[in-house]
Unconditional design. Sequence first.
Length: 179
Amino acid sequence: MGSIKVTLCAGAAVVAAALTPVAYAADGGGGISVNPASPAPGSDVALRLTGCSEKTASAVSEVFVSDIKLTATDEDGTLVGESRIQSSVEVGSYDVKVTCGNTEYKVTLPVDNEPDAPASPVAPVKAGGGGSAAHFAGEETPSAATGPGAPHAVVGLVLAGVAATAVALRSARRSRGTE
């Protein structure tokens, strides 16, 4: 049953990736594509360049967290690379310049989606420390929180002794048949 779920999820992921719109260069670069076509701030983007005779290329834009280094993946000369859109970037269109050898290509990348969720937690995780934070901070803990002390131990021992005596007396009566 689990393998069917995995198969269906993998198939859905392939279909979603195939149907994701891709941006293509409109000004003579024909072989440049950006996926997704309209990324949200903080999301990952993949750049693909075809028709370049070099083994590597670079893509630069003010919208990227870091420049993209495109490397060859196939024998057909396709170069691919990935980067992330800055999470603080404003919605708008940004130029991406791709350099392959002595040739430069340009593509306009529209960033027009708002991010769905922050890329990292915005509040501390509510994880328990078992009360160890106050201990390591050197703070005093109230006596009610410290647990049972010597008086509680004495009362517990007395009650255990009374219970043991009651069981012993009852067992003695049963063995003599005087119940």
